[in-house]
Design a protein around this ligand. Structure first.
Ligand SMILES: [Zn+2]
Length: 225
């Protein structure tokens, strides 16, 4: 009976935006409220819940969600510290769990922390230890840091820009976490930087160059090797 903790900390920051983002810019939900809300939304957590809800043995442990609905400027220092402490407090307060799904973005930045996602993952590891699998979902153009990779078991990202696969990305994260918990998968993450600087229209995955990389990766994923 896998007990799965769900938490979200999601914001896309552009540091060129002179306006600082604050705590009040986030929708914050906890516990059952988090689950009830996301069951009605076709986003990543909604997709993950569709998988977990159809797996009768799964016990959900909803912890915390701080969601910035759009993109904004750098997160103000005290807002970041409040969100980070609320996020980690919810994990400390949770009952023992077998696995974790974190919905993140990958492009947060606060005034005093340029890798908030990596920091939250590292601190979560200190609380839960190394043996509890953590699967993270990210935007495909987030900033992947070494710390995020080291302190997660697997990272899944959107496959589309414009983003039309929030729900499917959450489903992929949930299925992968269940396979890890069942002993069917033991993911190893490797990073392959691609020397490309892709401009606006070429980012459109259906028609642009960026989509070629996605399609090659998907072929590798489904191919015999
Ligand atoms: Zn995006």
């Amino acid at each position: 009976m896998p007990r799965i903790l769900i938490a979200e900390c999601k914001q896309e920051v552009s540091t060129f935006n002179p306006h600082l983002s604050g705590y009040e810019d986030f929708a914050v939900r906890r516990g059952a409220d988090l689950i009830e809300y996301h069951r009605t939304i076709r986003n990543e957590i909604g997709g993950a819940l569709s998988v977990f809800d159809s797996t009768p043995t799964v016990v959900l442990v909803p912890a915390y969600s701080a969601f910035f609905i759009t993109s904004g400027g750098t997160l103000e220092r005290s807002a970041w510290h409040r969100i980070a402490s609320e996020f980690l407090d919810s994990i400390r307060a949770a009952p023992p769990v077998d696995g974790v799904y974190f919905c993140m973005h990958g492009a947060m930045a606060s005034q005093d922390e340029t890798d908030p996602e990596g920091w939250l993952l590292a601190e979560t590891r200190k609380i839960l230890g190394e043996d509890i699998p953590i699967v993270v979902s990210l935007d495909l153009h987030g900033i992947l840091t070494e710390r995020m990779i080291r302190h997660s078991d697997a990272i899944v990202a959107y496959h589309t820009y414009p983003h039309v696969d929030f729900f499917e990305t959450g489903q992929r994260a949930a299925r992968l976490l269940l396979r890890i918990l069942a002993g069917e998968a033991r993911p190893v993450t490797a990073v392959v930087p691609i020397p490309a600087l892709v401009r606006g229209d070429q980012l459109i995955t259906a028609t642009g160059l960026f989509g070629q990389s996605i399609r090659i990766a998907r072929q590798v994923e489904t191919g015999p090797r």
